[in-house]
Design a protein around this ligand. Structure first.
Ligand code: IPE
Ligand code: MG
Length: 224
């Protein structure tokens, strides 16, 4: 969800207003995604590298997350969203951690859409924690295959992404779902996240539908 800061700066507002506008956008995108049949939506809100930002911006983002969880959980629950988190909850206050865990628990049986929030998430950090746990579990090296690695990732119970959308005109992955994105399709758009509306989502999905996914294979010949 990139471009919140620039969205605010363009309007002469403090960056934190951009984070507020970006957070407001989550509800409408989640609902539209569910309506068009997307069953898993993962939103990257905060990276393991975002702690490098000025203290007041980080504190503001944490406050906005806490407020959003308090404000949005009930409606998302009523709409049938199942909330999940990937990343590390370390570094968050115990209150925020509990609020996140409570929302996950409340919504665990919902199936309109699985909404995964990547917060304090980094692809390398995810791989490192997987490697550490594989070693700690004394796994026989011969038993390490892709399926086993998948089970040690934060995403162990959600499918690999089909489509990754990057907003705000940046052309890099910035450490997002490194392992899982091997065959993901990418959609890049200059639109800043707070302006990325349901129409842009539908446009991204329509473009995705025309992609030719071969997963390293070749297209089967068309029967005459
Ligand atoms: C995305 O918006 C939200 C976070 C990374 C927390 P940015 O804050 O990265 O916005 P820009 O890139 O400065 O516009
Ligand atoms: Mg950015």
């Amino acid at each position: 969800m990139d471009g919140n800061g620039r969205w605010a700066t363009k309007r002469g507002l403090p960056r934190i207003n951009g984070h507020e506008a970006g957070t407001e956008n989550i509800r409408r995108i989640t609902i539209r995604a569910g309506e068009i049949g997307i069953r898993y939506l993962t939103l990257w809100a905060f990276s393991t590298e975002n702690w490098r930002r000025p203290r007041d911006e980080v504190d503001g983002i944490l406050r906005i997350l806490a407020e959003a969880i308090a404000r949005e959980t009930d409606e998302l629950h009523e709409r049938g969203a199942q909330l999940r988190h990937i990343g590390s909850l370390d570094g968050l206050s115990p209150e925020l951690r509990d609020a996140i865990l409570d929302s996950i628990e409340l919504t665990r049986n919902n199936d309109f859409i699985v909404l995964t929030l990547a917060f304090n998430y980094g692809g390398r950090a995810e791989l490192l924690q997987a490697i550490r746990r594989i070693v700690a579990d004394d796994v026989d090296p011969n038993d390490i295959d892709e399926a086993l690695v998948n089970r040690y990732l934060y995403t162990c119970d959600i499918p690999e992404p089909d489509l990754i959308i990057r907003t705000s005109g940046e052309y890099r992955t910035s450490n997002f779902l490194l392992w899982q994105s091997a065959y993901a399709e990418y959609f890049f758009t200059p639109v800043l996240w707070p302006d990325f509306g349901p129409q842009e989502l539908v446009q991204a999905v329509n473009e995705y539908r025309h992609r030719d996914r071969r997963f390293g294979g070749i297209k089967p010949p068309v029967a005459e």
